[in-house]
Design a protein around this ligand. Sequence first.
Ligand SMILES: [Zn+2]
Length: 433
Amino acid sequence: MTKPHSPFTILFLLITAYCLLITSSVHAQSPAITRNDAILDFPDTVTFTLQLDDASSIRSAALIYDLAQFTCLDVPSRVPVAVTGDLIEWQWVMTRSGNPPPGAELWWQWELITNSGETITTPRQTLAFADGRFNWQVVSADGIHVHWYKGDEVGPILLDAAVSGLQTLENDMGIELQSDVHFYIYGTSQDMRDAVLYIQDWAGGVAFNEYNIILMGVPPDIAESWGTGTVRHELAHLVLGQFGQSCIGGHRPTWLEEGLAMVVEGDPDSQTTSDLQNGIKNDSFAPLRSLNGAFPAHDSAASMAYSQSYSVVKFLLDTYGQKALQTFILTLANGEGYDEALTAVYHLNTDQLENNWRASLGLPPRQIPPTPTPLSAAQIPTIAPPALPQSVPTPPSAAASPSNTPSPSTSTCNLGLIPLLLLSIFGWRWKRP
Ligand SMILES: [Zn+2]
């Protein structure tokens, strides 16, 4: 004989049945997704499309997307999109926002709210920003990936240069790569510039530091000359940026940033050597403090600023060792001021460091004003003028290939940060990227 159901059991069964009914009715209301994609028209737009079989039950829709990049505060973008039919579409127009570089990746998902208040979230999908104009090849080693399409030897030559630069960073400075780096090597600087909206027309390359991506225009005939040094130099900036990453506003003086990148380039070239000889002979070096901020905008002074920075960083490394240099970089990342960080690590302020460095070159101490003159103007990074500078020394090999002649620019590669994308744009320079 069956035991009669208790009132509690009956109540439980009724609630369960009600819940099942509600669930199935909601389910019946949920539309089927027949299409969910994102189509890239590089570098101008990404069109996100969600197609439903019947959108009548959908009250509102939002697209949520984010780029895979390093940021101190990562908040995905959320865009409400009007539901006017079964096709829900939104276009990200890069001409307004600037574009992520080739090799960047984004994810997206849709959030739909039904008339009954239920939230439907589609699974995350990803889209790679590929510059489909070219047939890319890639070579990789030690966390460095070189993508290129023009000149069979270009990729391997530049990869070798990057790997040797990384070895200098890791072995001589103890500054290690934290995340893989991708170089996209275009066959001409124009091809490279066409991949980036709003780039100066003199630019020979651009580093997207938060994506660990560097774009360069390297015609095959200057891969060995200009390309190798520039790859090492730009890699140094990027790896130093990873190592000394700061989310609390820590900065590095420009002489450290550029001097270190020049040390990574390798042995000093003839320009650097002659700058240093002249600086010693004429006692014409700039006060080191003046190289904390933007470098001079004109050729000979800019060249001297790089050469002097190289010499000071080499002195720091050779005299006090790599451990102190690492601590100095990390102390700056912690938000310490330049003098405070130097004092904490080397027991020297900027002026004392300068005089120790001068002594190593056989120069007398520079007379330091009792109160250091604040050089506030030099602290502001400036964007180099788009026009090419006058009276630029023409490198010998440039004459041989006028169509590929880099247009030298005296801008520092640490030109300052374009707020939107945090780009660092470097010009066509032979030895001063
Ligand atoms: Zn640089």
